[in-house]
Write a protein that binds this ligand. Structure first.
Ligand SMILES: [Zn+2]
Ligand SMILES: [Zn+2]
Length: 157
């Protein structure tokens, strides 16, 4: 079974390389699109490897670079999935809506976790890129950027 999946992923990578000739594909243990090196990192053994590889191809073909707010981040994720569906259709691969909803839910949960005040657990407001302020206790904190598109749910920073 594993061999068939690996063969499918390898053939998908070849098709995407043809479609996105400027992009370098690397295998690793997560899924990221790095616009500075124009490189897609993907995990071929992930249960939804094809869907997430298409998602990273979506980021790449939309030339996504950086974001300046949480709202923008979620918009980029949604756009990348929309593009992933289009690319998938061209290549005869259907992406499950539940895979997309799950991934977006994980992002929402992660966004919520990073806006939670580490001192009093109230919801803070975003003051700038990755900078937050709690209106209840005046704490300020920073949050890391999302480096991967396969975020686990309920990540607490
Ligand atoms: Zn607080
Ligand atoms: Zn993404």
């Amino acid at each position: 079974m594993g061999v068939i999946i690996m063969a499918k992923i390898t053939s998908l990578q070849k098709k995407l390389e043809h479609k996105l000739p400027d992009v370098t594909f690397r295998r690793g243990d997560t899924f990221t699109w790095d616009h500075t090196s124009s490189c897609i990192l993907y995990s071929p053994t992930h249960p939804s490897a094809a869907a997430f590889l298409l998602h990273e191809a979506g980021h790449a073909s939309l030339s996504h670079s950086s974001y300046d707010s949480s709202v923008h981040l979620l918009t980029m994720e949604r756009d990348a999935w929309q593009k992933a569906k289009e690319i998938g259709e061209e290549l005869g691969i259907t992406i499950d809506d539940s895979t997309i909803e799950d991934a977006l839910d994980s992002y929402r949960d992660w966004l919520h976790a990073r806006t939670t005040c580490p001192t009093c657990n109230a919801t803070g407001i975003e003051k700038g890129k990755n900078r937050y302020l709690c209106l209840a206790c005046s704490s300020t904190w920073t949050s890391n950027e999302a480096r991967t598109c396969t975020l686990k749910r309920y990540i607490n920073k």
